[in-house]
Design a protein around this ligand. Structure first.
Ligand SMILES: Cc1cc2nc3c(=O)[nH]c(=O)nc-3n(C[C@H](O)[C@H](O)[C@H](O)COP(=O)(O)OP(=O)(O)OC[C@H]3O[C@@H](n4cnc5c(N)ncnc54)[C@H](O)[C@@H]3O)c2cc1C
Length: 361
């Protein structure tokens, strides 16, 4: 006999197996009343903040790139892009239709073009070869990705000439000016040349390693890495029944329970949402845990009135600077060097993230 309030397993479909979607699925799997399906464009979850280390040390990616089947054993996993949502069904580019009682959108950013883990590992090997065989390296973009890559290369390959070009007036614009300046000084000390207020026109670059900037400067480099942010994973939603729930920046508007505006049974979590806070992985994980709890309440017969409400996270940032150092900013307190580095830079939270997914660190 079914337990009170529980008639049959509810079908939950989660779209996006990134930081938020992977933890949500792992949490749902512990709950026997859910019948969930994960749809992700690739076969694996990747700890995004370990990407730059994997470029200087490709074997690092063996732990930070994790097949979905490794931590979701026996679960229903579909490797395909979702491309439609209509009448409580999700369609995928490979032509499948998956019905749901509850849907969770977690498609934060467009994923990597590599679909399998071996492909991804080979990509890191190729990046590493590119770094090793170049004397001069151009990094385009001075957000966290560009800064962390410049720092990884400067620490592991101190003889390489690294140039970082950023179109903004300061590095890491999401932290305060004091923090930006400390990172600029750190990179300069490590002999990274930082050019601010300019962008690189890749269409005018030539095969001889010449790159033109927006101010007409010429930069010579043996190779380059484009470290500008990946597009938000919401363009496909413009063709679905959720199109009116997107704001002008292409993010899904959600209430404090993460329910998508206009829908009772559709949630969104992670970077795809319009929650007013920094778009950070540790916050995306918090969203996942709130929605897991709310789904549990709904399935146990709640009318939604007692669902957990989320309060946007406080602004905390840790930017790793190579293997030992980092910049930490909490509210207006900024610290740089080995002490904040002890929090993140050695293992980049890979062991911690693996443990959250029930795997050996
Ligand atoms: C280099 C880098 C370093 C970072 N460092 C930190 C850090 O130190 N600390 C921190 O807290 N945060 C950090 N972040 C931010 C953090 O990674 C993001 O906030 C987090 O990944 C957001 O999680 P998400 O699940 O919303 O989206 P994502 O992790 O981007 O996952 C989205 C998933 O959806 C899939 N997808 C997209 N479209 C579709 C579709 N149509 N159909 C099916 N699947 C789809 C993608 O393949 C992907 O698997 C960093 C980000 C980057 C890029």
């Amino acid at each position: 006999m079914a337990e009170p309030g529980v008639d049959k397993k509810k079908r939950v479909v989660v779209i996006g197996g990134g930081v938020a979607g992977s933890l949500l699925c792992k949490t749902l799997q512990k709950h026997r009343h859910f019948d969930f399906t994960l749809i992700d464009s690739k076969e694996y979850f990747e700890v995004t903040w370990a990407r730059l280390r994997s470029m200087v040390e490709p074997s690092f990616a063996k732990r930070s790139v994790i097949n979905h089947h490794e931590y979701l054993q026996g679960a229903s996993i579909i490797t395909s892009d979702a491309n439609g949502i209509e009448d409580n069904e999700v369609s995928t580019t490979e032509g499948r239709l998956i019905s749901y009682d509850y849907l969770v959108i977690a498609t934060g950013h467009m994923g990597s073009k590599c679909v399998t883990k071996p492909e991804k590992l080979r990509e890191y090997e190729a990046d590493n070869e590119k770094i090793k065989s170049s004397e001069s390296i151009l990094i385009i973009g001075g957000g966290p990705t560009g800064v962390e890559l410049a720092a990884e290369i400067a620490v592991d390959f101190p003889t390489k000439k690294v140039k970082l070009v950023h179109k903004g007036s300061r590095l890491l614009e999401f932290i305060d000016e004091k923090g930006s300046k400390k990172v600029l000084d750190w990179l300069t000390l490590k002999k990274v040349e930082v050019i601010l207020g300019q962008s690189v026109d890749l269409t005018s670059s030539s095969d001889d390693g010449t790159y033109k900037t927006s101010e007409g400067e010429t930069i010579m480099a043996d190779c380059y890495f484009k470290c500008t942010s990946d597009p938000i994973g919401s363009s496909w939603l413009k063709e679905t029944s959720l199109k009116d729930s997107l704001n002008d920046s292409g993010r899904l508007m959600v209430d404090a329970n993460f329910r998508v505006k206009g829908f009772e049974n559709i949630f969104a979590i992670g970077d795809i949402t319009d929650v007013a806070e920094l778009k950070q992985g540790y916050l995306a994980q918090k969203h996942a845990l709130v929605v897991a709890k709310n789904l549990e309440l709904l399935i146990n017969g709640s009318d939604g009135g007692n669902m957990v409400k989320y309060t946007p996270g406080s602004p905390t940032a840790i930017v790793s600077l190579g293997r030992r150092e980092a910049l930490l900013q909490v509210w207006c307190v900024t610290s740089i060097g080995r002490v904040p580095g002890m929090l993140k830079s050695k293992d980049l939270f890979v062991g911690k993230t693996r443990k959250q997914l029930g795997l050996k660190p």
